[in-house]
Design a protein around this ligand. Structure first.
Ligand code: SF4
Length: 343
């Protein structure tokens, strides 16, 4: 057991994926303690940002070993779920078979916890169908905004065939239960490319989430001397992502958040996207309300329900509805009066 726990520590450390579950697990569980782990800690691919690509003494679990360990931890209530990924030391099909076998053994053992299976590049469709049947969530990492960018950081896997085609299959097999991830800052892409990627992803494939993994130069990887991504950049991308994913902003609406250099402007992206238009909360649509800084979906709901008892005519009414007037005031005309100066 202690040897297996040692292996588990090694393979958990090597799992650098940042995808985290939220929302729609089969069990309904959205928060909890998730074990992230690799089945195989070695890989024949050459992704320059990945610690696994040059691992000279990789550890590995067999499906039986890992399933039995996870079942023990889960029964002891030490974990609530498993995020399972793998390196690909030999053939893609062999790695997928091991991944699926582990998931199958877990379910056969009565595991009802959250299970996320990371599909490997080039996986066959029938294995993706099977993964969607076993797991709460499945995903493939697209890693970059397009084939040109991917070729800067990985030469074995192909964007269109190994990743995007599989991503489309995953979207078909697990609608609303799939995610993807890109590495930010490793391939020299601008935020404009990422925003265009983001809007097209949500429109075409409707992933539950896109994760933005800020590039970190890791020792013993080809990019170990590269420059890491600024955490503020990643934070800004998540803020824009929330506008697109939760509020339905179009690509056109988020373009004002970009500077001339193609990077996000400093400051709050919602303010940067707001423009100079003012609205009257007594007549604005829900979509117009949530586009105002200081008004979130819940406050927009309350403002709309306030209208059933008459006009929204005072600042106080808006405050009570949860509107942050300090941020929202300048964009509102309340009771015929403009509330503040637009910047
Ligand atoms: S295919 Fe995955 S595990 Fe293998 S080197 Fe690339 S990112 Fe790492």
């Amino acid at each position: 057991m202690s040897e297996q726990l040692h292996k588990l520590r090694t393979l958990s450390r090597s799992c650098f994926d940042i995808s985290l579950p939220s929302g729609d697990s089969r069990s309904g569980m959205v928060k909890g303690r998730y074990l992230k782990c690799l089945l195989d800690g070695g890989c024949s691919f050459d992704c320059a940002y990945c610690p696994v690509c040059r691992n000279e003494s990789p550890a590995a679990f067999s499906p039986d070993e890992l399933a039995s360990l996870v079942l023990t931890l889960w029964r002891e209530q030490m974990i609530d779920g498993l995020f399972l990924s793998t390196g690909i030391p030999r053939e893609t099909d062999e790695s997928m078979e091991k991944l699926l076998r582990t998931g199958e053994l877990l379910r056969q053992g009565g595991f009802t916890g959250y299970l996320h299976l990371k599909i490997v590049p080039g996986a066959v469709r029938s294995d993706i169908t099977e993964a969607a049947r076993i797991a709460d969530r499945i995903s493939i990492n697209l890693e970059a905004t397009g084939s040109g960018r991917l070729s800067e950081i990985a030469s074995v896997k192909t964007y269109e065939s190994d990743l995007l085609r599989r991503h489309a299959w995953i979207a078909d097999e697990a609608p609303g239960r799939h995610t993807t991830q890109i590495v930010v800052g490793a391939a020299g892409e601008g935020d404009d490319e990422i925003l265009s990627f983001m809007t097209s992803e949500y429109r075409k494939y409707q992933p539950a989430r896109i994760y933005y993994s800020g590039f970190t130069p890791l020792d013993n990887t080809p990019l170990q001397r590269g420059e890491g991504a600024d955490p503020a950049r990643v934070k800004g991308l998540y803020a824009i992502d929330a506008l697109v994913r939760s509020y339905g902003y179009s690509e056109e609406e988020i373009i004002p958040a970009l500077g001339e250099d193609g990077m996000l402007l400093p400051g709050d992206p919602k303010i940067n996207c707001s423009g100079k238009r003012r609205i009257d909360p007594s007549s604005a649509t829900w979509e117009e309300l949530i586009r105002i800084p200081g008004i979130g979906p819940k406050a927009a709901d309350r403002v709309i329900s306030l209208r059933s008892s008459g006009r929204v005519a005072t600042e106080q009414m808006l405050r009570e509805a949860g509107v942050v007037m300090k941020r929202a005031g300048a964009y509102l005309v309340v009771g015929g009066r403009v509330q503040g100066q637009l910047g």
